[in-house]
Design a protein around this ligand. Structure first.
Ligand code: F6P
Length: 547
């Protein structure tokens, strides 16, 4: 039965109808304990979810929905290594990658931990060698620049984490990321580098992804143009992949390959050898702290009661607005420049996982699933899209993410940053009433006519929901916990919607058609199966490059 046919769902529909007429201002006035009542702490993170349009009954009904969806037994299946990614026939064991405790993780009856630990120890040896200058390039010089080539999950996670943990990076060892097929990215990156001191990490689960292989080939040509000897490739290229054969075919010695496994989904892979650029940037101790933060969040997710479970609560709040409040998007606003790439990372995690229109069994879904996830670092975000969140006609729930201490104390910057973050959440919740707007304008001595003209524009409805996620400081540990929190949130939502959160068939068609269009570039006229619009655009492209 589809989840929206259950009584738990229908109870929530009725409950939304009654909550929609209430205002969060009144909920705060009525309950002096509201902030404590709707807050949770775990793994160095504190979640204040009191600025949501919820009361205790809402949470009770949402928890009942999770129970109806059988969340507890799905979590057990995930832990047990069952093939919960049913359309690809795969287990989903990214929690094993950060299992720094004593859990037993097995796949098809085989303990996966020995392989994981062996790759971690190879990552340690290699990253220590590169960072200490023991790993020498072909001409005998130590490495100064690492270029990570990958796309999607083989890029977004390591890139976001390296930026987030920049204060922990080793001076003199720079990490660059290249993902796009647009040659301007790799060209601009390589222009600044010296091949003799550059190490390429080619990251691709399948080692067949067009973008990554094209960039990797260009990188190899660039290297050989400077070092003239195929033997140099061995000192300057390493691969991270599940596909040993394709790595060898590319010309990277498999001794220089760091392995992972098909039970690691692309967007859940930063904890595997895909995290090698992170280990190179911040050292293996830092990488292990990241794993440890995530591991502790896993334990919290697995052990905490649903009403005290941070990923479960975050997931249910999302469901509340998406399915009952008709919200189509969800904004993530980190008040930290270091987390500027977090929204992009979460876009893949959430939208590739839950952007689905059929259930695991292939039944069409007639309720909303994954929202559009978007966002930007504050305070920049305040000066671009906040207007719409405050006064637009759509409901946009927000997550504010706020490290309380900064790595770069400077004058009053951080006080101001924190004040802005808290103020935005407060303004979204409170809004500004007509009376408040009138009082403010009268204080500013506005004449009566201007005052009446401006009044509707200066009223904020408020009652706009947000979560506030704070941490003392952005560290490898708290970042690990934060990422794992969102991974589990996405999992919980997928279970409630009944979708396979671990496949991504929707990205396949475009890839296949790109191959077909590329073939048509070589023909004088397009094959008849190419539609007239695409054919005209191909002709336009030919004309542009011929002129
Ligand atoms: O975008 C589709 C996708 O398959 C992602 O899921 C994955 O992270 C990305 O492509 C890259 O794939 P690969 O690591 O195999 O190069």
């Amino acid at each position: 039965m589809l989840i929206n046919q259950t009584s738990a769902w229908k109870a929530l529909q009725a409950h939304w109808a009654s909550m929609a007429s209430r205002h969060m201002r009144d909920l705060f006035t009525a309950d002096a304990q509201r902030s404590q009542r709707f807050s949770l702490s775990a793994c160095g993170l504190h979640l204040d979810y009191s600025k949501n349009l919820v009361d205790r009954e809402t949470i009770r009904l949402l928890l009942a929905l999770a129970e109806t969806a059988d969340l507890a037994s799905w979590s057990q299946r995930l832990l047990a290594g069952d093939k919960v990614n049913s359309t690809e026939g795969r287990a989903v064991l990214h929690m094993a990658l950060r299992n720094l405790g004593y859990r037993h993780y097995a796949y098809e009856g085989r303990d996966v931990m020995p392989d994981i630990l062996s790759v971690l120890s190879r990552m340690r040896a290699f990253s220590d060698d590169v960072r200490s200058g023991r790993w020498l390039g072909y001409t005998g010089q130590p490495i100064t620049d690492i270029v990570s080539i990958g796309i999607g999950g083989s890029n977004l996670g390591p890139k976001m984490v390296c930026e987030a943990l920049q204060p922990y990076q080793q001076e003199g060892l720079r990490v660059h990321f290249v993902s796009n097929l647009d040659a301007s990215q790799i060209s601009q990156t390589l222009k600044l580098l010296n091949a003799a001191t550059t190490l390429f990490v080619i990251s691709s689960k399948t080692f067949t992804t067009q973008e990554t292989l094209t960039n990797a080939h260009s990188a190899r040509e660039w290297l050989l143009q400077q070092l003239y000897d195929e033997a140099a490739v061995k000192r300057h290229f390493v691969a991270v992949s599940t596909n040993r054969q394709a790595v060898a075919q590319f010309g990277i010695h498999t001794a220089n390959m760091f392995e992972f496994w098909d039970w690691v989904g692309g967007r859940y892979s930063l904890w595997s050898a895909i995290g090698l650029p992170i280990a190179l940037a911040i050292g293996m101790e830092g990488f292990e702290q990241l794993l440890f933060g995530a591991h502790e969040m896993d334990e919290h997710f697995v052990q905490a009661a649903p009403d005290a479970n941070m990923p479960v609560i975050l997931a249910l709040l999302g469901i509340w607005y998406i399915n009952f409040g008709a919200a189509h998007s969800h904004a993530v606003i980190p008040y930290s420049q270091h987390l500027a790439s977090l929204p992009a990372f979460l876009q893949q995690l959430d939208m590739e996982s839950n952007g689905k229109r059929v259930t695991r069994d292939g039944e069409s879904i007639d309720y909303a699933t994954g929202p559009v996830v978007w966002g930007q670092a504050g305070t920049d975000a305040q000066h671009s899209f906040f207007q719409l969140i405050h006064q637009g006609t759509c409901l946009t729930p927000c997550d504010f993410i706020l490290p309380l201490r900064t790595h770069y104390p400077l004058g009053k910057h951080h006080d101001q940053l924190v004040a802005n973050c808290l103020a935005q959440a407060q303004a979204l919740m409170r809004g500004r009433t007509e009376q408040e707007a009138l009082d403010e304008m009268r204080q500013a001595d506005l004449d009566e006519q201007s005052l009446q003209m401006l009044l509707p524009h200066r009223v904020f409805p408020g009652n706009r929901p947000s979560n506030m996620l704070v941490m003392d400081q952005l560290t490898p540990y708290t970042l690990g916990a934060l990422i794992a929190l969102y991974e589990h949130k996405v999992f919980v939502q997928g279970i409630i919607w009944g979708v396979d959160s671990f496949d991504q068939w929707g990205v396949e068609l475009g890839k296949r058609l790109a191959g077909h269009i590329l073939q048509n570039f070589n023909e004088l006229s397009c094959s008849p199966d190419v539609d007239s619009s695409t054919a005209a655009l191909i002709r336009r492209y030919h004309l542009a490059i011929e002129s």
